[in-house]
Write a protein that binds this ligand. Structure first.
Ligand code: CTP
Ligand code: CA
Length: 223
C-alpha cells in the first residue's frame, strides 16, 4: 500500500492477463455466463503496469475501464479468449489467468432466437479449451500464474491444480455468496512448488499489488 515500489523483475516485462467472465451463446440473444466482474484481473493489470510492465489485458465482457497504458483486447467466448491469448503467449514473460472462463459452451448455438414452443429440454454442452493449461504447456513459455476459485478445501484443491496444470504459481480464493466474485474484498492463498503465503483480507486493489510484488520476487528467485 502507499507508494508503489518499482519492481525490477517486472520492469519492461511483457505481461499477459485474462480477466472477467466469458459468455457462451445459446442463441443470438441468450448466453451462459457467471458473476465475475473483472475486478481482480483489472486490478492486477493496473498493479503490473505501475510496476513498469508492458501489459496486455484480454477480457470478457466487463463494465470496467482498462487502466492507463494497458492494451485491452475484448472477447466474449472462451474460444475467442483462448485464440487471443495463445496468439500472444509465446512472446510474454508472464501470464496471469484471472478470468472466470466457462468450462463448457453450448454445442450448437441456434442461429435464430429459440422460441418458447420449441424449447429444448436440455442444452448440450461441450468442454472449452483450458487456456491456462495450454499456456503452461508451451515449451519456453511465460512464467505462468493461475487462480483457483474454490468453495471448499481451498488449499488442497489449489495445490492439485498447481501440479496438474504445471503452473509456476497459483492464487486460491474462496468463492460463494459474498465472497470472491463480484465483491471488492478478497483473501488469497498463494502457493508455489516450495512455498505458500496468505494475502488479505483486503480490497482487491491492494491484494493485486501484493500479488504482483510476490510474483516479482518469485521471478527473481527462479531467474
Ligand atoms: N482457466 C482457463 N481456461 C479454462 C478454465 C479455467 O484459463 N477453460 C483458468 C482460470 O482463469 C483460472 C484457473 O484456470 O486461472 C482455474 O480455474 P478454475 O475454474 O478454478 O479451475 P478449473 O481447472 O476450471 O477446474 P474446476 O472448475 O473444476 O474447479
Ligand atoms: Ca472452472
Amino acid at each position: 500500500a502507499g507508494a508503489v515500489p518499482s519492481i525490477a523483475a517486472l520492469s519492461d516485462k511483457r505481461v499477459l492477463i485474462t480477466a472477467g467472465p466469458t459468455r457462451e451463446p445459446i442463441d443470438p440473444v441468450r448466453f451462459l455466463a457467471n458473476r465475475s466482474s473483472g475486478r481482480m484481473g483489472f486490478a492486477i493489470a493496473e498493479a503490473a503496469a505501475r510496476a513498469g510492465a508492458q501489459v496486455t489485458l484480454v477480457t470478457g465482457p466487463s463494465q470496467l475501464t482498462a487502466p492507463r497504458g494497458v492494451t485491452r483486447v475484448d472477447v466474449e467466448t472462451a474460444e475467442q479468449m483462448h485464440r487471443e491469448v495463445l496468439a500472444r503467449a509465446a512472446q510474454a514473460d508472464l501470464f496471469i489467468a484471472a478470468a472466470a472462463v466457462a468450462d463448457y459452451r453450448v454445442a450448437a448455438p441456434a442461429d435464430q432466437k429459440v422460441k418458447k414452443t420449441e424449447t429444448a429440454q436440455h442444452l448440450e454442452l461441450v468442454p472449452n479449451p483450458d487456456i491456462l493449461r495450454d499456456v503452461a504447456a508451451l515449451s519456453d513459455g511465460p512464467f505462468t500464474v493461475g487462480f483457483a476459485a474454490e468453495t471448499q478445501a481451498i488449499v488442497d484443491n489449489a495445490r492439485r491444480k498447481l501440479t496438474d496444470k504445471g503452473l509456476d504459481l497459483i492464487a486460491a480464493n474462496a468463492v460463494g455468496e459474498q465472497q470472491g466474485f463480484d465483491v471488492s474484498d478478497n483473501t488469497l492463498q498463494v502457493l508455489w512448488s516450495d512455498g505458500q503465503a496468505t494475502l488479505g483480507p483486503a480490497p482487491k486493489t491492494q491484494i493485486a499489488s501484493e500479488l504482483i510484488e510476490l510474483i516479482g520476487a518469485r521471478l527473481d528467485a527462479t531467474g
